[in-house]
Design a protein. Structure first.
Lengths: 464, 464
């Protein structure tokens, strides 16, 4: 791929569009914008622009498209696969200034936002109106634009599904600068191919989301969390399919090991409510009446105890729940802080194959000589598996890492799983997507990319 | 579009693949296969084949693709837009023999089915296992393959969403005969562009669904229906946004007028529980405890009464509920039986615009001189508006119909709506999709079609 380098004339054009004060060039660009949250992928854009609206982005795209300049859209840069790193230099478009909540429509239960609004801002805003935006990824400082671009899932997918399920409409700037609306404030749609669903999860390679209409739910009145210690991880995870089968509907089912909890205690400087057991399930139940929730969690508690759980710790105060879930939210950072470098594997497998997959990560740990930590969404089959460098030489780490990744993704495919549950493919996982999706699907994806972006200028080098 | 006519050699090839007994030719083809459920669109395929599995369909597609023969996939033919009519003759592939329920996976809460399984068969099967497949279109004898191809919605979309939300994975035969699996028994997926979501709602123009893995939910323990008479339709429909705003979560909110109820009484030869009022809302609430449901429906009953409802009729026995819902299920047939010919408009608008749109249908009725009846899903903004010929001359009807359609779809677009909520575009609504989607989106859709089906042999003349 060959892109035009940025010239002085380009800078002047961009300054005209967005204002000089919203342009940052060359060595003025902060190091943060050269990478995302994981790995050693570093590449600076030639210029960072912070447009104010879709019209400005449209102008930039028209210009870049005509001249064949690479454009990388960027939310908060909290991704884990290099999706928002400017691999080919060029223009980086940050949506950080497009951070307004535009409309709460209580009659249609929708929230219209700009892409730069943070997940935690949406949560706080809708909660104040007694409403609920269910997707709940661990990283609350991610932008909603980024969440849409990776079809982020989070903890509550067991009961509520993923980001895709909560996007009613998108305003998108296409690579040639056209501004188009997909979907609407509508509940059903069967009007041609679902371009909206193509944009969701396309990691900024098909268009730039400039507005989103999100579907809201009434806020559940009550939530209760159960922390369930087990003598070992297998026992914990093997209980999950039994819970699903019991027809109880937990909001979330997370699994965690003592080692990860200890990392988190060190990192936060706070004790976890219990860390005596080797492994835990953390479950939440929500609903509108205590009876409704109790019926479910009593059934689940019974199943856990029957399957070897050591105890059932109930958290029904908000304070206690927040302390558990904030520890859970710090796992990624805590593991990161415990090592020199790491990379991750965000596989998703059928829910009844999670135990098998985790067992396989243990085998890889031994056979490839690489410390591996995992935690994740046992209830929806989405695992976050971290491969840690520790004291290994860089080259040796890279070699072992690659071998381990190949084996892990192969196994995921054998189990009927996919490369990524919610973090996406970005730059780092492209070769694994090729393996799992196969030639036929990849060729379709390439042609779709070509239909949207014939010159390949938008987020080049990502996904496919 | 020019397609190769079927020759004797083709018949022999197809007989070799599927068996002579699964081939029906020329004048042997029953008239039913020349049309779907609405309008005057009649066209016979040259040959009707009933393959047994994906492999046979793959062989047929390879052959047809090489030779440039038109292929029309067909479920139960219950569509309303000509989507399964063989507009260019050629081969019709019926999935009627592919009607097995293949697997109930209780650990992952999925049901794997062939495309020819009927909606009512799925409902009965999962109910027997105390499970629940939420999509609930009025036409229970539709096939699941057809439902997926139109992204069917039905009554329960208010609470549970549409078919798209319940398809975990698809096995698809592509136009060139490749068999590919999209998705998996997985809850989350962020692994490249969502080809699965492209196939859903593509009305058999991008591929033929040969297996589907459906997501199931535990069956709600209790359901209660409220039939709420109002003095006029406007009053009834204007109450819906207030219900949504109240944060109660009904499973379904349907609206109906006395005239339609009377049609249905005539058609079924059975009295509706009440037909004294001009208009009704019919609501269902489901849940796992009586308290949970009561809290919601009491709130809603109060809102209805405050907004002019004449009464609240509660149906909490299964028998009574079935009698109401079976009347509701007969509306389409009943209206059809009340006239000589009709066509329909399946628009979807934001929920707080339904009243405005219904008012506009009244205006059209007067101004264009065409009897119009409507009913539908007030809770999700999806209206079924029927334009009736009655004693009009055919040509005159066609003229008035077209003028009315243009005005109705224009208004839907102005209100932020779409051409079709759940019946699709098929053959009949293509020009209206062009209007509403606009050039940019249509061009993307055309290129996507070309990526999947460069020779344009699969369901030609549909959608775009």
């Amino acid at each position: 791929m060959n892109f035009q380098p940025i010239t002085q004339a380009d800078l002047e054009f961009l300054a005209n569009i967005c204002g000089q004060e919203n342009l940052i060039c060359g060595s003025e660009i902060h190091e943060d914008f050269s990478h995302d949250e994981l790995g050693d992928l570093h590449r600076f854009p030639e210029i960072l622009v912070l447009p104010a609206n879709a019209r400005e982005i449209s102008e930039i795209m028209k210009y870049a498209n005509q001249r064949g300049m690479a454009v990388t859209p960027r939310g908060q840069g909290t991704g884990l696969v290099g999706g928002s790193v400017a691999m080919h230099g060029g223009i980086m478009i940050s949506t950080a200034r497009m951070n307004r909540i535009l409309e709460l429509d209580q009659e249609n239960l929708t929230l219209t936002v700009e892409p730069g609004v943070l997940l935690m801002e949406i949560a706080a805003y809708v909660e104040a109106h007694d409403l609920f935006y269910p997707p709940d990824p661990g990283e609350k400082s991610a932008s909603i634009g980024g969440n849409i671009s990776t079809n982020a899932g989070g903890m509550r997918a067991v009961k509520y599904g993923v980001t895709r399920d909560y996007v009613r409409a998108l305003e998108v700037v296409l690579p040639d600068g056209e501004i188009t609306w997909l979907g609407g404030k509508i509940v059903k749609n069967s009007s041609g191919y679902s371009l909206k669903d193509l944009i969701i999860g396309s990691e900024g390679t098909l268009g730039i989301v400039t507005k989103a209409v999100l579907r809201l739910l009434p806020r559940p009145v009550k939530a209760i969390s159960l922390l369930v210690p087990f003598p070992c991880l297998e026992k914990a995870i093997e209980t999950v399919p039994l819970i699903i089968q019991s027809k109880a509907v937990p909001t979330a089912i997370e699994y965690m090991e003592r080692a990860v909890i200890e990392n988190s205690e060190d990192f936060l400087g706070k004790k976890f409510p219990d860390s005596s057991a080797d492994a835990y399930l953390l479950l939440t139940f929500d609903g509108n009446t205590r009876e409704d929730i109790e019926k479910d969690y009593e059934k689940v508690a019974h199943i856990c105890l029957k399957n070897g759980a050591l105890d059932i710790l109930i958290s029904d105060t908000q304070e206690r729940q927040e302390s558990i879930w904030s520890a859970r939210g710090a796992f990624l950072e805590a593991i990161k802080a415990s090592t020199t470098e790491m990379d991750e594997c965000d596989v998703v497998v059928p829910r009844n194959r999670v135990a098998e997959f985790v067992r396989f990560t243990r085998q890889i740990e031994k056979e490839e000589g690489l410390r591996i930590r995992s935690f994740g969404h046992a209830g929806d089959g989405n695992l976050h598996v971290y491969l840690l460098r520790d004291q290994l030489e860089r080259d040796e780490f890279k070699t072992r890492l690659h071998k381990s990744f190949v084996r892990l993704y192969d196994r995921a495919r054998e189990l009927g799983g996919q490369v990524s549950g919610e973090h996406g493919i970005g730059f780092a996982k492209r070769s694994f997507l090729e393996e799992v999706a196969g030639k036929v699907q990849l060729s379709l994806m390439r042609q779709i990319k070509h239909a949207f972006d014939p010159k390949g200028i938008l987020n080049p080098g990502k996904v496919i």
